[in-house]
Design a protein around this ligand. Structure first.
Ligand SMILES: Cc1cc2nc3c(=O)[nH]c(=O)nc-3n(C[C@H](O)[C@H](O)[C@H](O)COP(=O)(O)O)c2cc1C
Length: 193
C-alpha cells in the first residue's frame, strides 16, 4: 500500500476518540417544545434494514434532553456554504441562547422533530436505542424519512458533489475531495486470475 507518508515506524498515540475524517451534521430536537440544533461530528449509518443512523451526544448537551424527552431527532446535513451557521451551533448551547431562530425550520407530518430548510438533506429519525457509554450516549435512530432538495438528487439519492458536505477533522473544516476509484470494483484489479 502506498501513502504520502511512505513507510514509517508505528508510534503508539494512546486511546483517543479518533476517526480519520467526519462529515458534520446538525442534530435537531425539540427541547421543552422548542426547536434546538447542535453540531455533531460523531454520527454515522448504523443499519441497512431497517435503515438506521447513530449519533453520539455528550450527556451535558441541551440536545440530549430533547432527544430523551421527544424520542425523535433529525440529522441535518449542511453544505460548505452553511459552515458559519453549522459552527455556531457547536459554539453555544440552546440552554442559554435560541440558536434555532437563525434557521427557517420545517416539520413533517410524522414527528415533532425540527428540520432545517436551507440545508440540502434532512434525515428524520425515531429514537430506538440509547446506549450509555460514559461521557456520551450513543443514540440509534430509525430513519422515518429523508427530505432532500430536488436539485441535489442523482437517481433519487443525494449526490455528494451537489450536497457539498462539510468534513471535520482536527479542529478544521474541509470540503469533499475527488473520487479515486469505483467501489466494489477497483479491488478486483488485485485479484489473481
Ligand atoms: C465541529 C464540531 C463537532 C461536534 N461534535 C459533537 C458531537 O459529535 N457530540 C457532542 O456531544 N458534541 C459535539 N460538539 C459540541 C456541541 O455541538 C456543543 O457543545 C453545542 O454547544 C451543544 O449544543 P446544545 O447544548 O444546544 O445541545 C461538536 C462541536 C463542533 C464545533
Amino acid at each position: 500500500m502506498h501513502s504520502i507518508l511512505g513507510h514509517m515506524n508505528k508510534v503508539s498515540i494512546g486511546p483517543k476518540p479518533y476517526m480519520s475524517a467526519m462529515p458534520i451534521v446538525l442534530v435537531g430536537a425539540s427541547v421543552g417544545g422548542k426547536p434546538n440544533f447542535m453540531t455533531a461530528a460523531w454520527a454515522g449509518v448504523a443499519c441497512m434494514e431497517p435503515p438506521m443512523v447513530s449519533v453520539s451526544i455528550n450527556k451535558s448537551r441541551h440536545t440530549e434532553k430533547g432527544i430523551m424527552e421527544s424520542e425523535t431527532f433529525s440529522l441535518n446535513i449542511p453544505s460548505t456554504k452553511n459552515v458559519a451557521e453549522a459552527d455556531l451551533c457547536g459554539l453555544i448551547s440552546g440552554s442559554k441562547d435560541d440558536k434555532a431562530s437563525i434557521f427557517e425550520i420545517f416539520y413533517s407530518k410524522s414527528t415533532n422533530t425540527p428540520l432545517i430548510k436551507s440545508f440540502p438533506v434532512n434525515i428524520e429519525c425515531e429514537l430506538v436505542h440509547t446506549i450509555d457509554l460514559g461521557s456520551h450516549n450513543l443514540h440509534v435512530g430509525k430513519v422515518i424519512d429523508i427530505h432532500a432538495d430536488e436539485g441535489c438528487l442523482q437517481n433519487e439519492v443525494p449526490d455528494v458533489v451537489k450536497v457539498d458536505p462539510i468534513i471535520y477533522t482536527n479542529g478544521m473544516y474541509y470540503r469533499f475531495g475527488e473520487s479515486i476509484g469505483k467501489a466494489y470494483s477497483i479491488g478486483k484489479t488485485l485479484k489473481k486470475s
